[in-house]
Design a protein around this ligand. Sequence first.
Ligand SMILES: [Zn+2]
Length: 179
Amino acid sequence: MALLNCNECKKEISHSAKTCPNCGCTMPFKGQRLSAKQAKNMSGKERYSFVKGGGKIQTSTIQKISAAFILFIIFIVIITIMKPSTPEEQAVKDKEAHEKGARIACMTEVHLQLKDPGSVVYGSNPSDRVVMSTGDNRWTVQLKLKSKNSYNAYVLSTFVCRVSLDGKQYKVLSINKSK
Ligand SMILES: [Zn+2]
């Protein structure tokens, strides 16, 4: 336990005194600072009392470094997010977004044609859901799936959709089913 001088009566009192036991003044340490090294052996409760008594504890070098490091990481993350993609990267992103849009449009249309859309199980192979660009904002989507028929039995079907991009909407131009 460290002893510090009260601001008012200048007598040495415990740093954990919120009011001076000698002169009764509140905030006996107002404006006083302890370095992180001086405060090292203080418990959390003692630090709290000292701060309540008007004192300040300076941040240690380690705390400063940690804070700077965290800010640096945040800065890097922001830079990475904000970084504009190269035309090649953007082209890949656009291609993937189009393929996803075309696939979802086809899936939606397929579900409308099924007896029991809730029973659909899509194949897990990449070849079970193929999206091919046919140029000029058009795609061919092939989906292999299992679903229940009107006899409650699972049947395997393959659907092929032709999809076009109309403004921001993916539209299914045609849909063909094969067993
Ligand atoms: Zn005092």
